[in-house]
Design a protein around this ligand. Structure first.
Ligand code: ADP
Ligand code: LRH
Length: 490
């Protein structure tokens, strides 16, 4: 039996997960969990990066105390696009901004007046999202931020946390690809684009492929946490890339939905799909393992619910997942629908009020109770998934038999069922810890305990239970879908 450790940090929470591989069976144990709560200061929104690093050290201590004294390696994956800047001494400059920080408001639109959208897509293959690294850097430049003038190195969040552990500055491809500053064919930074934007070219280190060795934890950290000589692997450090690796698909062509704060829906392809249609559909081509591309679309996901929860918690309403599920079931179906990707949902102060505003402005019934609001969100998400899946099918000329759903959101039974209904196809839910499992699998691939991706996915099928949701009520859902498309000319 061989043990490895994954640190998997999503936008809402983080965890340390030990993976034990015995033959073709992988078992996982959570050794530490912690919330990831952004901090608002003077009109800005930051990640609490030092607290997150502290939690990683706590995770190492907790793992050792749970008896895992021998670890073959560790790896870190996190959300994408955000970064830290290091000065000439290798010290972190400032606190990394959260991708929902308002500093990028209007930046993408302004850049697209200077650079044709088609050209930027041709060069990078990345979906136009207002918070991509490219727009964050332009915002810093426009604000004459001393951070940028002082910076010598840019590290994306998983790279930064790995650097804190090892002292080594190494860029990793899957997460670098999300910046919208890379060429997806050469798997490195697009230096022409960087020069054109007058960004300092020396900030960007050549990205390494997932599975690359990245040193060992620093001696002082080893002493603090009680491990020595612990090797660190640059896994597929973008959490979504890790999630895709863990999809338990048997067939070569499959559709997945990585369901957490975001809903990432797409397929794995051998080469980037960059054409007029992909541009019009605003699809992304992020870097995957073994030179593959992740052709997918970012759909605003459970963020909508997380933000309602935050408001309701302060009002003492709805506290558990069970209460949520029962409130949804009691609410009237298809009263009001929203387009989850409307920009007004990126960072509202009060999500329930924002949804009510949206419904009122689109002349629909305004949902009042938490149950009505949740039902409106879940139905709208399921319908949006159908729209995006059909877009991906048009682009790839493929027909998918069903949808693999991984991530925390795959535990939401109503969401899984409604998605199956909307798609008129089965949904296969699980594993729920997809991102952490993908992280562990890359470590076992790097050590040679797993042969290749087919072997990796067969291990996932062999080790974790998958729940199947068959479609029901398809006629009502078909009508709702037609209404959804008319409402948003989606
Ligand atoms: P991220 O990586 O973006 O932080 P996760 O994959 O950890 O997201 O998923 C977290 C989300 O999954 C939660 O916000 C919640 O909405 C949903 N979730 C987790 N467990 C359950 C559950 N038992 N029932 C319903 N939803 C759940
Ligand atoms: C999901 C995710 C997604 C990115 C977003 C910023 O956690 O990494 O793939 O687009 O966060």
């Amino acid at each position: 039996m061989v043990n490895t450790l994954a640190f998997d940090l999503g936008a809402s929470s983080g965890r340390a997960v030990v993976g034990s591989l015995e033959g073709d069976h992988l078992s996982i144990v959570d050794t530490h969990r912690f919330p990831n709560e952004p901090v608002h200061v003077q009109g800005h929104m930051y990640w609490d990066i030092l607290r997150l690093f502290h939690e990683i050290k706590q995770g190492l201590i907790a793992t050792r105390l749970k008896g895992y004294t021998e670890l073959q390696s560790i790896g870190i994956d996190t959300w994408a696009v955000d970064f830290g800047l290091l000065d000439i001494n290798g010290d972190l400059l400032g606190n990394p901004y959260h991708y929902r920080d308002p500093q990028t408001d209007g930046i993408m639109e302004a850049l697209l007046k200077r650079v044709p959208r088609s050209e930027l897509f041709q060069q990078t293959g990345i979906q136009f999202l207002p918070f991509n690294t490219i727009y964050q850097l332009i915002a810093l430049k426009q604000n004459h931020s001393p951070l940028l003038t002082q910076a010598r190195t840019l590290l994306l969040i998983p790279e930064l946390l790995r650097y804190f552990l090892t002292g080594k500055k190494i860029s990793e491809w899957t997460v670098a690809s999300t910046s919208q500053l890379c060429n997806p064919f050469t798997a490195t930074w697009d230096h022409h684009l960087i020069e054109y934007l007058e960004l300092p070219h020396y900030l960007f280190l050549k990205p390494q492929q997932p599975g690359s060795p990245s040193g060992t934890i620093l001696p002082e950290i080893a002493a603090e946490v009680g491990y020595c000589e612990l090797p660190v692997i640059a896994v597929a450090e973008h959490d979504t890339a890790s999630a895709v690796i863990a999809v338990p698909a048997q067939e070569k062509d499959f559709a997945y939905l990585s369901c957490g704060t975001w809903s990432l829906l797409g397929t794995e392809v051998a080469a980037p799909v960059i054409n007029q249609q992909a541009l019009e559909l605003n699809i992304t081509n992020e870097g995957g393992i073994n030179g593959s591309s992740r052709l997918l679309k970012n759909v605003t996901g459970l963020w909508l619910i997380q933000e309602c929860r935050r408001i309701w918690r302060n009002e003492g309403l709805i506290a558990t997942y069970e209460e949520e599920q029962s409130a949804i079931q009691k609410a009237e179906p298809f009263q009001s629908l929203i387009n989850p990707d409307d920009p007004m949902f990126i960072h509202p102060i009060d999500m329930p009020q924002q949804i009510q505003k949206y419904c009122s402005e689109t002349n629909q019934v305004v949902p009042q109770s938490p149950g009505a609001l949740l039902r409106c969100i879940i139905e709208s998400l399921a319908l949006r998934y159908r729209f995006v899946l059909e877009q991906i099918e048009i682009l790839t000329q493929k027909d998918f038999r069903g949808l693999h759903m991984v991530g925390g959101g795959a535990q939401n039974a109503i969401l899984c069922q409604y998605t199956a209904n909307a798609l008129k196809r089965p949904v296969w839910a699980g594993p729920f810890e997809g991102t952490a499992i993908g992280n562990l699998l890359v470590q076992f691939l790097a050590s040679g305990h797993i042969r290749d991706m087919q072997h990796a996915r067969s291990i996932v099928r062999n080790s974790f239970s998958i729940e199947t949701y068959e479609p029901t009520d398809t006629e009502v859902w078909e009508q709702a879908y037609r209404r959804f498309c008319t409402l948003f000319s989606a």
